[in-house]
Design a protein around this ligand. Structure first.
Ligand SMILES: NC(=O)c1ccc[n+]([C@@H]2O[C@H](COP(=O)([O-])OP(=O)(O)OC[C@H]3O[C@@H](n4cnc5c(N)ncnc54)[C@H](O)[C@@H]3O)[C@@H](O)[C@H]2O)c1
Length: 338
């Protein structure tokens, strides 16, 4: 079985649902249920004995140690994090606590568990750390995409906390021989994303006839990865990734924020007749230190592990808009969705 952290959040819940559907492997899901996590994301599993949900903090070493001893997972898949850049600017402490101290706590407990395991269990064990392209900093318009060799240059407290956790994971492999693998992915989109992030925020605002706030001149470029493709990549890295390595995961879909928002408006207007959503676009004061461009070179995971994204941006975005339209009542009605 797998021990997943943060499996009630956006990517974690997509991973838990798709892994159970694809492989049937049991999952212990440790999640603190912060504002970003919600059991509604896992509603489909409420009567599924293969999914064991535990509400708790990754910083609670006693609890993590107990879960490892009791369930003896063959891998830890670590999603739990504070993940929103804007919140890291207004309150960085929680990011250091969960992303740095929390990852350290997990690594310590995983190391103790690993060291006590039999040699055949040791061979199978993996600690997979899910990280971000933001650790690499920002690109100019014509710079080549980030590779796994790009030096770290984090610019926000969020990115710095994730970079710190990546370094700890690396050190636990090099120092203690813990069999780690790290994935650094670009911006994910798809079902179950908390509506503070660009795509669900714009959909929610447009449907409510409210302003669509776009930072600065809207020309910041991101690479977009459909969450189901990301979950497949994680399973591939878990099965075939080389121990101690990092793998970039991206969607080959670079787009400026303003172009993305316009595309979303046209998809919403097609589904909800009578709308003119683009008229709601409002440019707002830029985020401090806003990275200009991220782009991912995914040659390594493609060459070594045979993974490539399957979803095109056009089809993924259409599916995503449809999902939010179909789940508008339950998803956007969450009381914490401020
Ligand atoms: N969403 C993206 O586009 C993106 C891009 C690159 C990397 N990532 C990384 O992927 C991972 C998942 O991102 P997401 O978008 O699903 O995040 P999310 O914010 O939607 O979910 C995070 C989950 O972690 C849980 N959590 C937070 N602190 C915890 C703690 N101390 N103990 C236990 N659980 C805790 C939350 O309750 C929530 O369920 C993160 O590590 C993030 O840095 C995300």
């Amino acid at each position: 079985m797998l021990l997943v952290t943060g499996g009630a959040g956006f990517i974690g819940s997509n991973f838990v649902l798709s892994t159970l559907a694809a492989t049937g492997e049991a999952i212990v899901n440790l999640d603190k249920l912060t504002y970003a996590g919600h059991l509604r994301n896992l509603h489909a599993l409420r009567a599924d004995a293969r999914h064991v949900f535990v509400r708790g903090d990754i910083c609670d070493r006693g609890l993590v140690g107990e879960l490892l001893a009791k369930h003896k997972p063959r891998a830890v898949v670590h999603f739990a994090a504070e993940s929103h850049v804007d919140r890291s600017i207004s309150g960085p402490a929680a990011f250091v606590q969960t992303n740095v101290v929390g990852t350290f706590s997990l690594l310590e407990e995983a190391r103790a568990f690993y060291e006590k395991s039999s040699s055949s269990d040791k061979q199978k064990f993996r600690f997979l750390h899910v990280s971000t392209d933001e650790v690499y900093g920002s690109l100019g318009p014509d710079d080549p995409a980030f590779t796994e060799e790009t030096p770290f240059a984090p610019n926000s407290p969020y990115a710095a906390s994730k970079a710190s956790s990546d370094h700890l994971v690396r050190a636990y492999h090099h120092t203690y021989g813990l069999p780690t693998v790290t994935t650094n992915c670009s911006n994910n989109y798809g079902p179950h994303q908390f509506p503070e992030k660009l795509i669900p925020l714009m959909i929610r605002q447009a449907l409510a006839g409210q302003p669509l706030p776009v930072y600065g001149d809207g020309r910041n470029v991101r690479d977009w990865l459909y969450v189901a493709d990301h979950c497949d990549a994680i399973r591939v890295v878990l099965e075939r990734g080389r121990i101690g390595e990092t793998y970039n995961v991206g969607g080959n879909a670079e787009m400026a924020n303003i172009d993305l928002v316009r595309l979303l408006c046209s998809l919403i207007d097609k589904s909800v007749p009578g709308r003119r959503s683009a008229e709601l676009i409002t440019f707002v004061k830029d985020r401090p230190g806003h990275d200009r461009r991220y782009a991912m070179d995914i040659g390594k995971i493609r060459r070594e592990l045979g993974w490539a994204p399957r979803e095109s941006f056009a089809s993924g975005l259409e599916k995503t808009v449809r999902w939010y339209l179909e789940n508008i009542e339950t998803h956007f009605a969450r009381p914490e969705a401020a």
